[in-house]
Write a protein that binds this ligand. Structure first.
Ligand SMILES: Cc1cc2nc3c(=O)[nH]c(=O)nc-3n(C[C@H](O)[C@H](O)[C@H](O)COP(=O)(O)OP(=O)(O)OC[C@H]3O[C@@H](n4cnc5c(N)ncnc54)[C@H](O)[C@@H]3O)c2cc1C
Length: 128
């Protein structure tokens, strides 16, 4: 695919970071716009990317359950988030539970070290 312009992604949460990572895996450049810490949200506590704002459980790892299947598909597709979750895993019974600080640090570090991704700490207020 021939793309001269980078792909713009608004929001460095779970969706945005995975999108940027997958775009980079395909050899394309992206600009990830994240408004924190310039503008805070009521839910987020840090300026890290992929901050989990709710439960630290990514749900079941028991084979043949729907949450396991979704995660397994993501793993096979080279998901950054599932790789980070594996490194940040903490005991949680049958669930994939993570240390949320370590999880977001892993993702933030991976995104920062990917030359095809530029992170811009700014709020996007309009679409050109
Ligand atoms: C209290 C609470 C409980 C929740 N419980 C669950 C749960 O149990 N299970 C579950 O699956 N989900 C839960 N969620 C939802 C959870 O937030 C999402 O699953 C997950 O965070 C969605 O990821 P995301 O990337 O779409 O959004 P987010 O992780 O919120 O990422 C969005 C990012 O975009 C940035 N941003 C927003 N607007 C702009 C802009 N204009 N310019 C630049 N940057 C911008 C934000 O700063 C943020 O970093 C809960 C949410 C809340 C608030």
């Amino acid at each position: 695919m021939l793309l001269r312009e980078p792909i713009h992604i608004i929001g460095g949460g779970l969706a945005g970071t995975e999108a940027a990572w997958q775009i980079a895996r395909r050899g394309l450049r992206s600009i990830l716009h994240e408004m924190r810490p310039v503008r805070r949200t009521p839910a987020h506590q840090t300026d890290r990317l992929a901050e989990l704002v709710c439960s630290n459980s990514l749900k079941s790892e028991q084979e043949s359950t729907a949450p396991w299947l979704l995660k397994e598909e993501l793993r096979r597709l080279g998901s950054l988030l599932l790789c980070a979750a594996g490194k940040a895993r903490v005991p949680g019974g049958h669930a994939l539970t993570v240390d949320r600080e370590l999880f977001s640090a892993e993702v933030t570090g991976a995104i920062a070290s990917e030359p095809l991704i530029e992170v811009r700490r700014e709020e996007v207020t309009a679409l050109p």
